[in-house]
Ligand binder design. Structure first.
Ligand code: GTR
Length: 382
């Protein structure tokens, strides 16, 4: 009975700020050989690649980008969707490698009033597919396409299940069929990596679509999708900016605070999200060579917007804010000044200014119209 009790207690989440242990974050601006990083050049040539490798090896896995060929078919094209204000394209991207393939279905609305290529929000959708209904019979504030179109932006989405089913027994039936060596490696790609890989394949497509300004693609994700949107932007520097909504543990929140969800818990409930090596850090946050502020730093100097919700302590709102704050030193190297104050803003007081945006919305773990309204303000500043 004692053993059972300690096992459960070891996984109990802490919601009490006074019980957050003291911790020391790894220094984002010091190389593993102890050299202080003082220039963009040293950052880009030495420290950034080293940090990226540490995230690949210890958390998200490798990101194989090579494939044999791709076939893109536009399955639907409608010039007057949404009562005329948008153009709809549905695109199937089929990627081939070693005689295996994976298909990604993309829905894309662009504003008809656009006179040239427009910036686009790309959602990595982890919620039910009908949230991004191309017919617009179902409308969802998770992906408020009309509102985005009205602001002059394009909006697109694909579903995570096309890349890796979100299930520990079947996640390998997707991208990982193309890269079977990944399944055998302890630092191999898993589901979150596969979802981020999908965002990059949609990016390849955007580079070929004349309606889209491929230099202004904002990758967006909520929660597990927000972990993937960060990883996509870290791995693929073509993304202009990243929105990570309520992404919490192994997303935008610092692991060392051990507040809300912890690594041991996420690895137990979702063993298919992160690589095998990550399991070594169960209940050992302080042994990780990285923390999540360094994931934000990998995206610098490109803008990042992180959000939380007041009733979503599981995702550690304060730890998310601290991640952004602790990434500021890398933006400073680029002489890009963060607008974030020293302490987090009050509930419902958004800070949508690039390069680092943040808000905590009143309410539950979700992505809502409130959140999107601020993403639009942020995007206009990019
Ligand atoms: C939870 C998980 C979180 C977050 C969330 C979601 O169960 O613990 O890390 O990813 O699911 O995706 O909504």
């Amino acid at each position: 009975i004692f053993l059972i009790f300690t096992a459960v207690a070891g996984h109990a989440q802490n919601y009490d700020e006074s019980k957050v242990p003291s911790y020391i974050l790894p220094d984002v601006l010091k190389t593993s050989s102890g050299k202080k990083v003082k220039s963009v050049k040293t950052w880009e040539k030495e420290r950034r690649p080293e940090i990226l490798k540490m995230f690949e090896n210890n958390i998200y896995g490798q990101m194989p980008m090579a494939y044999d060929s791709v076939r893109r078919s536009i399955t639907t094209e409608e010039g007057a969707a949404m009562g005329g204000k948008a153009k709809l394209k549905q695109v199937t991207i089929e990627v081939f490698k070693n005689r295996k393939s994976v298909k990604i279905d993309v829905v894309l609305f662009t504003p008809t009033k656009a006179t040239g290529p427009v910036p686009v929000f790309l959602l990595i959708n982890n919620r039910p597919n009908d949230n991004t209904d191309p017919t617009r019979q179902k409308k969802s504030e998770f992906w408020p396409a009309e509102m985005v179109i009205d602001s002059g932006f394009a909006i697109a989405a694909f579903h995570v299940n096309d890349l890796a089913p979100d299930n520990k027994d079947t996640y390998m039936n997707g991208v990982l069929q193309l890269y079977p060596e990944q399944l055998k490696a302890d630092n191999g790609m898993k589901a979150i990596g596969a979802w981020a890989w999908g965002a990059s394949r949609v990016m390849d497509y955007f580079e070929k679509d004349a309606d889209i300004d491929a230099k202004k693609v904002i990758v967006v994700g909520h929660s597990r999708g927000g972990k993937a949107s960060l990883w996509a932007a870290a791995e693929d520097q073509r993304f202009a900016a990243c929105v990570t909504n309520c992404s919490g543990n192994s997303g935008a929140a610092l692991a060392r605070r051990q507040f809300g969800e912890r690594i041991s818990r996420i690895n137990t409930t979702f063993p298919h999200w992160f690589n095998n090596n990550y399991k070594k850090f169960n209940d050992k946050e302080n042994s990780l060579p990285v923390d999540q502020h360094m994931l934000i730093a990998l995206i610098a100097p490109r803008p990042v917007y992180a959000t939380n919700a007041s009733k979503d302590l599981w995702a550690d709102p304060k730890g998310t804010y601290l991640s952004l704050k602790n990434a500021e030193s890398v933006y400073n190297l680029y002489k890009i000044k963060s607008q974030l104050p020293a302490t987090p803003p009050a509930i419902n007081v958004p800070l949508p200014n690039p390069p680092l945006g943040y808000h905590i919305r009143e309410g539950e773990h979700n992505m809502t119209e409130f959140d999107w309204r601020e993403f639009l303000v942020f995007a206009k500043g990019i």
